[in-house]
Design a protein around this ligand. Structure first.
Ligand SMILES: [Zn+2]
Length: 403
Protein backbone atom coordinates (compact mmCIF):
# COMPACT_ATOMS: atom_id res chain seq x y z
CA UNK A 1 0.00 0.00 0.00
CA UNK A 2 1.28 3.43 -0.83
CA UNK A 3 1.50 5.71 2.12
CA UNK A 4 2.40 9.34 2.20
CA UNK A 5 2.31 12.56 4.09
CA UNK A 6 -0.30 15.25 3.53
CA UNK A 7 2.42 17.78 2.91
CA UNK A 8 4.97 17.33 0.19
CA UNK A 9 3.71 13.99 -1.01
CA UNK A 10 2.24 13.93 -4.47
CA UNK A 11 -0.41 11.50 -3.27
CA UNK A 12 -2.04 14.39 -1.49
CA UNK A 13 -1.69 17.06 -4.12
CA UNK A 14 -4.70 15.81 -6.02
CA UNK A 15 -7.89 17.68 -5.39
CA UNK A 16 -6.10 20.87 -4.39
CA UNK A 17 -7.32 22.46 -7.57
CA UNK A 18 -10.74 22.44 -6.00
CA UNK A 19 -9.71 24.20 -2.87
CA UNK A 20 -12.71 26.50 -2.91
CA UNK A 21 -15.45 25.55 -0.50
CA UNK A 22 -18.93 24.39 -1.46
CA UNK A 23 -20.15 27.94 -2.01
CA UNK A 24 -17.03 28.98 -3.82
CA UNK A 25 -15.84 31.00 -0.82
CA UNK A 26 -12.22 30.91 0.07
CA UNK A 27 -10.40 32.16 3.10
CA UNK A 28 -7.64 34.64 2.33
CA UNK A 29 -4.16 33.15 2.31
CA UNK A 30 -3.31 32.37 5.91
CA UNK A 31 0.25 32.47 7.28
CA UNK A 32 1.68 28.99 7.94
CA UNK A 33 2.19 29.79 11.62
CA UNK A 34 -1.48 30.78 11.90
CA UNK A 35 -2.56 27.54 10.24
CA UNK A 36 -0.47 25.56 12.71
CA UNK A 37 -2.25 27.26 15.61
CA UNK A 38 -5.65 26.51 14.06
CA UNK A 39 -4.71 22.85 13.65
CA UNK A 40 -3.51 22.71 17.26
CA UNK A 41 -6.87 24.04 18.44
CA UNK A 42 -8.79 21.67 16.19
CA UNK A 43 -6.78 18.69 17.44
CA UNK A 44 -6.37 19.56 21.12
CA UNK A 45 -9.52 21.60 21.74
CA UNK A 46 -10.25 25.15 22.85
CA UNK A 47 -7.29 27.04 24.27
CA UNK A 48 -6.61 30.56 25.48
CA UNK A 49 -3.93 32.83 24.04
CA UNK A 50 -2.03 32.43 27.32
CA UNK A 51 -2.09 28.64 26.98
CA UNK A 52 -0.97 28.84 23.36
CA UNK A 53 1.82 31.26 24.26
CA UNK A 54 3.10 28.92 26.96
CA UNK A 55 2.91 25.89 24.67
CA UNK A 56 4.54 27.48 21.61
CA UNK A 57 6.95 29.86 23.32
CA UNK A 58 5.60 32.70 21.17
CA UNK A 59 5.23 36.18 22.66
CA UNK A 60 1.78 37.58 23.38
CA UNK A 61 1.98 40.19 20.58
CA UNK A 62 3.09 37.53 18.06
CA UNK A 63 0.24 35.28 19.08
CA UNK A 64 -2.27 38.10 18.75
CA UNK A 65 -0.91 38.83 15.28
CA UNK A 66 -1.16 35.16 14.22
CA UNK A 67 -4.62 34.64 15.68
CA UNK A 68 -6.19 37.72 14.11
CA UNK A 69 -6.41 36.43 10.51
CA UNK A 70 -7.97 33.21 11.83
CA UNK A 71 -10.66 35.21 13.63
CA UNK A 72 -11.15 37.45 10.59
CA UNK A 73 -11.51 34.40 8.34
CA UNK A 74 -14.03 32.78 10.66
CA UNK A 75 -11.75 29.77 11.22
CA UNK A 76 -11.57 30.45 14.96
CA UNK A 77 -14.02 32.13 17.29
CA UNK A 78 -13.54 33.68 20.69
CA UNK A 79 -15.85 32.20 23.20
CA UNK A 80 -17.28 34.55 25.79
CA UNK A 81 -19.19 31.78 27.45
CA UNK A 82 -16.19 29.57 28.11
CA UNK A 83 -13.36 31.33 29.86
CA UNK A 84 -10.08 29.85 30.96
CA UNK A 85 -8.44 30.62 34.27
CA UNK A 86 -7.44 34.20 34.78
CA UNK A 87 -8.82 37.50 33.61
CA UNK A 88 -8.62 39.57 30.49
CA UNK A 89 -8.35 38.83 26.81
CA UNK A 90 -5.48 36.37 27.14
CA UNK A 91 -7.77 34.00 29.04
CA UNK A 92 -10.65 33.99 26.52
CA UNK A 93 -10.78 30.60 24.86
CA UNK A 94 -10.28 30.26 21.14
CA UNK A 95 -11.98 27.40 19.33
CA UNK A 96 -13.25 26.19 15.99
CA UNK A 97 -16.99 25.95 15.48
CA UNK A 98 -16.73 22.27 14.66
CA UNK A 99 -20.44 21.81 14.23
CA UNK A 100 -20.68 24.34 11.39
CA UNK A 101 -18.95 22.02 8.93
CA UNK A 102 -19.75 18.63 7.49
CA UNK A 103 -17.52 16.10 5.76
CA UNK A 104 -18.21 12.76 4.13
CA UNK A 105 -15.86 9.78 4.24
CA UNK A 106 -16.24 6.71 2.04
CA UNK A 107 -14.28 3.48 2.26
CA UNK A 108 -14.57 1.06 -0.64
CA UNK A 109 -14.21 -2.68 -0.26
CA UNK A 110 -15.00 -5.47 -2.67
CA UNK A 111 -18.09 -6.30 -0.63
CA UNK A 112 -19.44 -3.04 0.73
CA UNK A 113 -19.34 0.73 0.53
CA UNK A 114 -19.03 2.29 3.98
CA UNK A 115 -19.85 5.97 4.33
CA UNK A 116 -20.01 8.40 7.23
CA UNK A 117 -21.02 12.01 7.73
CA UNK A 118 -18.85 13.85 10.26
CA UNK A 119 -18.29 17.28 11.70
CA UNK A 120 -14.96 19.12 11.61
CA UNK A 121 -13.63 17.05 14.51
CA UNK A 122 -14.47 13.80 12.70
CA UNK A 123 -17.28 12.88 15.05
CA UNK A 124 -19.60 10.54 13.16
CA UNK A 125 -23.12 11.98 12.83
CA UNK A 126 -24.64 9.52 10.35
CA UNK A 127 -23.52 6.43 8.47
CA UNK A 128 -24.53 4.23 5.56
CA UNK A 129 -23.42 0.76 4.52
CA UNK A 130 -24.44 -0.62 1.16
CA UNK A 131 -23.37 -3.67 -0.78
CA UNK A 132 -20.90 -3.23 -3.65
CA UNK A 133 -23.10 -4.78 -6.31
CA UNK A 134 -20.49 -4.49 -9.04
CA UNK A 135 -16.78 -3.69 -9.13
CA UNK A 136 -17.07 -2.10 -12.59
CA UNK A 137 -15.71 1.40 -12.22
CA UNK A 138 -18.77 3.30 -13.60
CA UNK A 139 -21.04 1.31 -11.27
CA UNK A 140 -18.87 2.11 -8.26
CA UNK A 141 -18.75 5.80 -9.28
CA UNK A 142 -22.56 5.87 -9.41
CA UNK A 143 -22.94 4.06 -6.10
CA UNK A 144 -20.49 6.35 -4.28
CA UNK A 145 -22.03 9.47 -5.83
CA UNK A 146 -25.42 8.19 -4.66
CA UNK A 147 -24.41 7.60 -1.06
CA UNK A 148 -22.63 10.99 -0.90
CA UNK A 149 -25.78 12.70 -2.22
CA UNK A 150 -27.85 10.84 0.35
CA UNK A 151 -25.64 11.93 3.25
CA UNK A 152 -25.45 15.51 1.97
CA UNK A 153 -29.21 15.70 1.82
CA UNK A 154 -29.54 14.89 5.49
CA UNK A 155 -26.46 16.85 6.57
CA UNK A 156 -28.28 20.06 7.54
CA UNK A 157 -25.05 21.99 6.80
CA UNK A 158 -22.80 22.41 3.80
CA UNK A 159 -20.46 19.50 3.14
CA UNK A 160 -16.94 20.92 2.74
CA UNK A 161 -15.15 17.87 1.45
CA UNK A 162 -15.49 14.22 0.58
CA UNK A 163 -12.69 11.73 1.24
CA UNK A 164 -12.59 8.34 -0.42
CA UNK A 165 -10.14 5.60 0.52
CA UNK A 166 -9.32 2.22 -0.95
CA UNK A 167 -6.99 -0.61 -0.02
CA UNK A 168 -4.12 -0.54 -2.48
CA UNK A 169 -1.83 1.93 -4.16
CA UNK A 170 -3.16 5.42 -4.79
CA UNK A 171 -1.07 7.57 -7.08
CA UNK A 172 -0.95 11.33 -6.78
CA UNK A 173 -4.32 11.51 -5.01
CA UNK A 174 -5.90 10.89 -8.42
CA UNK A 175 -5.53 7.34 -9.56
CA UNK A 176 -6.08 3.94 -8.00
CA UNK A 177 -2.84 2.49 -9.40
CA UNK A 178 -3.41 -0.98 -8.07
CA UNK A 179 -6.06 -2.36 -5.77
CA UNK A 180 -5.96 -6.12 -5.24
CA UNK A 181 -9.32 -5.94 -3.44
CA UNK A 182 -11.20 -4.07 -6.17
CA UNK A 183 -9.14 -5.60 -9.03
CA UNK A 184 -8.52 -2.10 -10.37
CA UNK A 185 -5.42 -0.91 -12.19
CA UNK A 186 -4.70 2.71 -13.13
CA UNK A 187 -8.25 3.90 -12.61
CA UNK A 188 -8.49 7.76 -12.55
CA UNK A 189 -11.12 7.45 -9.88
CA UNK A 190 -10.93 10.90 -8.27
CA UNK A 191 -11.59 12.76 -11.52
CA UNK A 192 -14.37 10.39 -12.52
CA UNK A 193 -16.10 10.74 -9.18
CA UNK A 194 -15.48 14.50 -8.85
CA UNK A 195 -17.59 15.03 -11.97
CA UNK A 196 -20.53 13.52 -10.10
CA UNK A 197 -19.93 15.03 -6.66
CA UNK A 198 -20.18 18.80 -6.39
CA UNK A 199 -17.73 19.27 -3.51
CA UNK A 200 -13.94 18.99 -3.23
CA UNK A 201 -12.98 15.35 -3.43
CA UNK A 202 -9.87 13.65 -2.07
CA UNK A 203 -8.62 10.13 -2.72
CA UNK A 204 -6.12 8.23 -0.58
CA UNK A 205 -4.99 4.83 0.56
CA UNK A 206 -7.16 3.50 3.38
CA UNK A 207 -4.34 3.02 5.89
CA UNK A 208 -3.13 6.57 5.22
CA UNK A 209 -6.65 7.75 6.13
CA UNK A 210 -6.67 5.70 9.31
CA UNK A 211 -3.20 6.96 10.26
CA UNK A 212 -4.33 10.55 9.67
CA UNK A 213 -7.40 9.96 11.86
CA UNK A 214 -5.28 8.49 14.64
CA UNK A 215 -2.84 11.38 14.44
CA UNK A 216 -5.38 14.20 14.69
CA UNK A 217 -8.34 12.65 16.46
CA UNK A 218 -7.15 9.41 18.06
CA UNK A 219 -4.48 7.83 20.19
CA UNK A 220 -1.71 9.39 18.10
CA UNK A 221 -2.77 12.91 19.09
CA UNK A 222 -0.33 12.90 21.98
CA UNK A 223 2.54 11.05 20.24
CA UNK A 224 5.26 12.60 18.11
CA UNK A 225 6.04 9.10 16.82
CA UNK A 226 3.78 6.10 16.39
CA UNK A 227 3.18 3.17 14.08
CA UNK A 228 -0.17 1.75 13.10
CA UNK A 229 -0.48 -1.91 12.18
CA UNK A 230 -3.85 -3.12 10.96
CA UNK A 231 -5.11 -6.64 10.41
CA UNK A 232 -8.21 -7.77 8.60
CA UNK A 233 -8.76 -8.32 4.88
CA UNK A 234 -5.17 -7.08 4.45
CA UNK A 235 -2.24 -6.01 6.58
CA UNK A 236 -1.79 -2.26 6.78
CA UNK A 237 1.09 -0.17 8.08
CA UNK A 238 1.29 3.53 8.82
CA UNK A 239 4.25 5.35 10.34
CA UNK A 240 4.48 8.79 11.94
CA UNK A 241 7.87 10.14 13.00
CA UNK A 242 8.29 13.57 14.53
CA UNK A 243 4.63 14.40 13.76
CA UNK A 244 5.02 13.66 10.03
CA UNK A 245 3.50 10.73 8.19
CA UNK A 246 6.40 8.84 6.65
CA UNK A 247 5.75 7.58 3.14
CA UNK A 248 6.48 3.86 3.06
CA UNK A 249 7.05 1.46 0.23
CA UNK A 250 4.24 -0.72 -1.03
CA UNK A 251 3.29 -3.39 1.50
CA UNK A 252 6.33 -3.21 3.77
CA UNK A 253 4.61 -5.35 6.38
CA UNK A 254 1.98 -7.21 4.33
CA UNK A 255 4.43 -9.89 3.26
CA UNK A 256 6.97 -9.59 6.06
CA UNK A 257 8.47 -13.08 6.57
CA UNK A 258 7.42 -14.47 9.96
CA UNK A 259 8.06 -18.23 9.91
CA UNK A 260 9.67 -20.23 7.07
CA UNK A 261 7.51 -23.21 8.03
CA UNK A 262 4.25 -21.29 8.01
CA UNK A 263 1.33 -21.42 5.56
CA UNK A 264 1.48 -20.08 1.99
CA UNK A 265 0.06 -16.70 1.00
CA UNK A 266 -1.63 -16.02 -2.35
CA UNK A 267 1.65 -14.61 -3.66
CA UNK A 268 3.49 -17.83 -2.88
CA UNK A 269 5.40 -16.72 0.22
CA UNK A 270 5.69 -19.26 2.96
CA UNK A 271 4.84 -17.93 6.40
CA UNK A 272 4.48 -14.20 5.61
CA UNK A 273 2.16 -11.86 7.52
CA UNK A 274 -0.58 -12.17 4.91
CA UNK A 275 -0.48 -15.96 5.20
CA UNK A 276 -0.78 -15.82 8.98
CA UNK A 277 -3.09 -12.95 9.84
CA UNK A 278 -5.42 -11.96 7.01
CA UNK A 279 -9.02 -12.97 7.58
CA UNK A 280 -9.37 -14.95 4.32
CA UNK A 281 -6.15 -16.91 4.93
CA UNK A 282 -7.14 -17.74 8.50
CA UNK A 283 -10.63 -18.81 7.40
CA UNK A 284 -9.14 -20.99 4.64
CA UNK A 285 -6.76 -22.78 7.02
CA UNK A 286 -9.50 -23.52 9.54
CA UNK A 287 -11.93 -24.55 6.76
CA UNK A 288 -9.38 -27.06 5.49
CA UNK A 289 -8.75 -28.48 8.96
CA UNK A 290 -12.47 -28.84 9.74
CA UNK A 291 -13.48 -30.04 6.28
CA UNK A 292 -16.17 -27.38 6.00
CA UNK A 293 -16.42 -23.73 5.00
CA UNK A 294 -15.74 -21.56 8.04
CA UNK A 295 -15.97 -17.78 8.05
CA UNK A 296 -13.50 -15.48 9.84
CA UNK A 297 -16.05 -14.60 12.50
CA UNK A 298 -16.66 -18.30 13.08
CA UNK A 299 -12.90 -18.86 13.38
CA UNK A 300 -12.78 -16.33 16.23
CA UNK A 301 -15.85 -17.81 17.92
CA UNK A 302 -14.45 -21.34 17.62
CA UNK A 303 -11.11 -20.21 19.04
CA UNK A 304 -12.84 -18.62 22.01
CA UNK A 305 -14.72 -21.87 22.56
CA UNK A 306 -11.43 -23.81 22.53
CA UNK A 307 -11.67 -25.52 19.13
CA UNK A 308 -8.11 -26.84 18.53
CA UNK A 309 -7.76 -25.92 14.83
CA UNK A 310 -9.21 -22.43 15.25
CA UNK A 311 -7.23 -21.81 18.44
CA UNK A 312 -4.00 -22.75 16.72
CA UNK A 313 -4.67 -20.43 13.78
CA UNK A 314 -5.64 -17.50 16.04
CA UNK A 315 -2.68 -18.13 18.37
CA UNK A 316 -0.25 -18.19 15.44
CA UNK A 317 -1.79 -15.04 13.99
CA UNK A 318 -1.46 -13.14 17.27
CA UNK A 319 2.12 -14.40 17.58
CA UNK A 320 2.87 -13.16 14.05
CA UNK A 321 1.45 -9.70 14.89
CA UNK A 322 3.69 -9.64 17.97
CA UNK A 323 6.75 -10.45 15.86
CA UNK A 324 5.79 -7.76 13.34
CA UNK A 325 5.30 -5.19 16.12
CA UNK A 326 8.75 -6.04 17.50
CA UNK A 327 10.24 -5.76 14.00
CA UNK A 328 8.65 -2.33 13.50
CA UNK A 329 10.11 -1.10 16.80
CA UNK A 330 13.56 -2.54 15.94
CA UNK A 331 13.62 -1.01 12.49
CA UNK A 332 12.14 2.40 13.25
CA UNK A 333 12.78 2.96 16.94
CA UNK A 334 9.09 3.78 17.33
CA UNK A 335 7.67 2.31 20.53
CA UNK A 336 4.09 3.53 20.39
CA UNK A 337 2.33 0.91 18.32
CA UNK A 338 -1.38 0.96 17.60
CA UNK A 339 -2.85 -2.38 16.57
CA UNK A 340 -6.16 -2.07 14.81
CA UNK A 341 -8.13 -3.05 11.73
CA UNK A 342 -11.43 -4.84 11.39
CA UNK A 343 -9.79 -8.19 12.28
CA UNK A 344 -8.11 -6.95 15.46
CA UNK A 345 -10.34 -9.01 17.77
CA UNK A 346 -7.99 -11.96 17.22
CA UNK A 347 -5.47 -10.17 19.46
CA UNK A 348 -7.95 -9.90 22.30
CA UNK A 349 -8.48 -13.67 22.11
CA UNK A 350 -4.77 -14.52 22.29
CA UNK A 351 -2.97 -11.71 24.17
CA UNK A 352 -0.30 -14.04 25.54
CA UNK A 353 0.67 -15.09 22.01
CA UNK A 354 0.90 -11.43 20.99
CA UNK A 355 3.23 -10.87 23.92
CA UNK A 356 5.29 -14.00 23.13
CA UNK A 357 5.83 -12.71 19.58
CA UNK A 358 6.95 -9.34 20.88
CA UNK A 359 9.61 -10.69 23.24
CA UNK A 360 10.92 -13.54 21.08
CA UNK A 361 13.71 -11.63 19.37
CA UNK A 362 14.10 -9.02 22.07
CA UNK A 363 16.02 -11.11 24.59
CA UNK A 364 12.80 -11.91 26.41
CA UNK A 365 12.19 -8.21 26.89
CA UNK A 366 9.28 -6.51 25.15
CA UNK A 367 9.59 -2.79 24.48
CA UNK A 368 8.60 -0.78 27.52
CA UNK A 369 5.32 0.24 25.96
CA UNK A 370 2.56 -2.26 25.44
CA UNK A 371 0.87 -1.87 22.09
CA UNK A 372 -2.53 -0.23 22.14
CA UNK A 373 -5.24 -2.45 20.74
CA UNK A 374 -8.06 -0.43 19.19
CA UNK A 375 -11.25 -2.27 18.37
CA UNK A 376 -12.83 -1.00 15.20
CA UNK A 377 -15.22 -1.81 12.43
CA UNK A 378 -15.40 -0.82 8.78
CA UNK A 379 -17.09 2.48 9.57
CA UNK A 380 -13.87 3.54 11.30
CA UNK A 381 -12.15 3.15 7.92
CA UNK A 382 -14.79 5.51 6.48
CA UNK A 383 -14.10 7.98 9.28
CA UNK A 384 -10.44 7.83 8.24
CA UNK A 385 -11.54 8.79 4.73
CA UNK A 386 -13.43 11.80 6.14
CA UNK A 387 -10.25 12.85 7.94
CA UNK A 388 -8.39 12.82 4.61
CA UNK A 389 -10.85 15.50 3.43
CA UNK A 390 -10.72 17.43 6.71
CA UNK A 391 -6.93 17.55 6.69
CA UNK A 392 -6.80 18.53 3.04
CA UNK A 393 -9.18 21.45 3.56
CA UNK A 394 -8.55 22.76 7.06
CA UNK A 395 -8.08 25.61 7.64
CA UNK A 396 -7.51 26.97 4.11
CA UNK A 397 -10.94 26.50 2.61
CA UNK A 398 -13.25 27.38 5.45
CA UNK A 399 -15.60 30.28 4.73
CA UNK A 400 -14.74 33.94 4.78
CA UNK A 401 -15.67 36.28 7.63
CA UNK A 402 -18.92 35.39 9.32
CA UNK A 403 -21.44 38.22 9.27
ZN1 LIG B 1 3.07 -13.14 1.22
Amino acid sequence: MAHGSPEGDPQFSGGRDQSAGPEGGRAPELPEASKALAVDILVHGAQSRAQLAKKTGLSAPTLTRLVRPLLDAGVLVESDSIRGHGRGRSSVLLDVVDDDYRYVGVKLTSESIYAVLTNLRAEVLASRTLPTLSLDVPDVVSAVAGVVADLREGAGRAVWGVGVTVGGRVHDGETVADSPFLHWHDVPFRTMLAKRVGVPLFLANDVVGLTMAQQWFGYGRTCADFALLTVGAGVGYGLVIDHAIVPTLVSPVSHLPIDPHGPLCFAGHRGCMTAFVTSAAMADTVSLARGRRTSYDEVLELAEAGDPAASRVVTEAAHAVGRAAAAITSLTGVEHIILSGEGVRLLEIAPESLHAGRVEYAGGQASALDPVILSMDFLEWARGAAVVAIRASFPDTLPGPTP
